[in-house]
Ligand binder design. Structure first.
Ligand code: ADP
Length: 605
């Protein structure tokens, strides 16, 4: 396959694999951290600041222990000196904390924003260049994909940067605190640490519960997103079918599940919290009793006891904080799994590839050679079977047949949205797989049944047809005129600057069609693909659209997906499809005479 080499769009897909049904990969923490590789100077500086910050509390515990015991000394002069010394030390600690917190915020903040921007950019880019087959998968709906861009990236962003700082700070704090405790009173440290397993177990239960629910919450959130997007995107249909209640119920159900999960989570975490807090007090009680015994026996000083207590308290706080953040890591792992699945999925038809032939001229001769095809998401349904058809340049060929017989599929194969499982689609005798994908698509223009307009001005919508240059307004007007829409636009107060609204909502079906024809004409395509929409238009609009199309067809190979036979009687050839095979082919007159299926279709209309 000529398109298998690396292209600018797939450079980012490290270890990319061709499209298959997406399975979510296991993501290690290391891999998440590695995501911020390019921001390493900020991450390193932030981490150094965090480690320094993590030493503030252990240092404080030593100063505090000494500070408390200095009051035992009744000698006023030493007390004053000591108080000044230790106060100064505390001021220094305060300054260290101030500077390191500021550094953490500054460096991690920077790294975090750059990383988020990069991840969102590559995720969106990866989405744009996926195969159509990938979009057919149910997990890749609009709602799910926007969640990846918004939620998943936000979770990864924190995990790879600022949370790393908090954990570095906590781990430094914890290790130094335990070290200090052992140095100043190993026996008491051991006793207090014997309570640690209980605290660790409750912490672990809490973390596991939070992680489990985080995953469930996310799925429900995705489901809710999908439902809401679908309803809002298709609000007119929803309202006219009076399906509001049904959507409301579906949405409510996802909220209920989230609510049930939240309750369970609250019970589990609440109980663990209660147990761990009670045990903190038990540990204090045991510690003080044992400490008194050790001091009496001359095996520890009062200063040592205070230092051990303070250090362990800070160490425990650090452990607690780390455990609180741990669920965030499970969320980040789940988010990263989605992101990596997306980035790893290399499109098998790479529309960004520079490879493939780019012939100087395109004649527009088309051929389907023994083409068999099924949609990858529904391999059990054969759509085209051994279909062979030649279309000479400049001719108009209409595909007819009952709905679902494979007419639009032929058009999609020509644009290389999918590749046939067997056989070839050829343009001027060259397999379309050998051609550069962008070049191939630039030779075609499509006017579909429901033309898609973007939320911008009329002029911009027409100019979308050619993104290789700035299109002058004069040229836009010319194609609009050829598409029978110029005088309508001139009659609008905003003329060509008029905004068309979301998906062209401010325009009628016929106007949208004619704008789409103007846009197609701007491409100067050799092959015009028409998914007929005339059935949805009133008589007047239909006539104007039909005239525009007749003009547009001149000098081009034209493939028409016909929904009404009346509009295609002048086609050079009519192809009757049935169950993915060509049943009959010929002109209107020939088929009326010899084509049994065509005759039935024609008389039924
Ligand atoms: P026609 O244009 O003749 O109405 P299509 O070519 O759109 O028919 O569809 C042919 C068959 O393929 C139908 O059974 C349809 O349900 C199925 N099909 C169309 N598009 C997809 C898709 N994206 N994913 C799965 N199946 C599809």
């Amino acid at each position: 396959n000529v398109n298998s080499a690396k292209s600018p769009c797939t450079d980012q897909f490290e270890e990319a694999v061709p499209h298959q049904k997406t399975t979510l990969p296991e993501v290690s923490l290391l891999k998440i951290f590695k995501l911020s590789k390019s921001e390493w100077p900020f991450v390193v500086l932030g981490t150094l600041a965090s480690a320094l910050n993590g030493s503030v509390h252990p240092a404080f515990s030593i100063i505090f222990g000494k500070l408390v015991t200095m009051f035992e000394d009744k000698n006023k002069t030493t007390l004053k000196q000591d108080a000044e010394l230790y106060s100064m030390m505390l001021v220094v600690l305060g300054i260290v904390a101030l500077v390191t917190y500021l550094m953490q915020g500054l460096f991690y903040g920077r790294a975090e924003e750059i990383l988020a921007m990069r991840l969102r950019h590559s995720a969106f880019k990866a989405m744009l260049y996926q195969d159509m087959a990938w979009y057919d998968e149910k997990d890749n709906s609009t709602g799910a994909l926007t969640t990846t861009l918004a939620v998943d990236v936000a979770q990864i962003r924190g995990a790879a940067t600022s949370r790393l700082g908090i954990i570095t700070q906590d781990v430094t704090n914890m290790s130094l605190s335990i070290l200090i405790s052992f140095v100043y009173g190993w026996e008491m440290t051991l006793l207090i640490l014997s309570f640690a397993p209980i605290l660790a177990v409750t912490g672990m239960i809490q973390t596991a519960a939070m992680a489990g629910f985080a995953n469930k919450d996310k799925q429900e959130l995705k489901r809710a997103g999908k439902i809401a997007t679908e309803a809002v995107e298709n609000i007119r249909t929803v309202v006219s079918l009076t399906r509001e209640k049904a959507f409301e119920h579906m949405y409510e159900e996802t909220l209920r599940t989230q609510h049930r999960n939240a309750l369970k989570r609250a019970h589990i975490t609440g109980s663990c919290y209660a147990v761990s807090h009670a045990f903190v007090h038990f540990a204090h009680a045991a510690g003080f009793r044992f400490g008194a015994y050790l001091i009496q026996a001359g095996r520890m000083t009062p200063e040592g006891m205070f230092i051990v207590f303070t250090a362990i308290a800070y160490g425990a706080m650090a452990i607690g904080e780390t455990l609180v953040w741990a669920p965030e890591y499970s969320k980040a792992k789940a988010g990263a799994a989605h992101l990596f699945a997306l980035l790893k999925n290399k499109p098998s038809i790479d529309s960004c590839s520079q490879n493939g032939e780019k012939p100087d001229a395109c004649e527009g001769n088309l051929e389907f050679r023994e083409v068999s095809f099924f949609y990858p998401c529904r391999p059990e349904v054969p759509v085209l079977q051994d279909m062979s058809l030649s279309i000479e340049k400049g001719k108009t060929v209409a595909f007819v047949g009952s709905s679902g017989c494979g007419k639009s599929t032929c058009v999609q194969l020509l644009q290389r949205f999918y590749d046939p499982m067997k056989g070839q689609v050829l343009l001027d005798g060259v397999d379309v797989k050998e051609l550069n994908v962008q070049w191939l698509r630039s030779q075609t223009a499509i006017v579909s049944q429901e033309p898609v307009l973007f939320n911008c001005s009329i002029a911009e919508n027409i100019a979308y047809g050619d993104n290789s240059r700035m299109v002058p307004l004069e040229e836009i007007k010319e194609v609009a005129d050829a598409a029978n829409i110029h005088s309508f636009i001139e009659g609008l107060p905003g003329k060509y600057s008029t905004q068309v609204g979301l998906r062209g909502m401010h325009l009628s079906g016929g106007q949208k069609q004619r704008l789409a024809i103007a846009r197609a004409l701007l491409r100067k395509p050799k092959i015009l693909l028409l998914d007929e929409a005339t059935s949805a238009l009133d008589n007047e609009s239909e006539k104007m659209v039909q005239q525009a199309l007749d003009k547009a067809r001149r000098g081009r190979t034209c493939l028409v997906v016909a929904h009404r036979l009346s509009t295609i009687q002048n086609a050079d050839m009519i192809v009757v499809l049935q169950n993915g095979r060509i049943k009959e082919q010929g002109t209107h007159q020939e088929l009326l005479r010899n084509g049994e299926t065509y005759f039935k279709l024609a008389t039924a209309h």
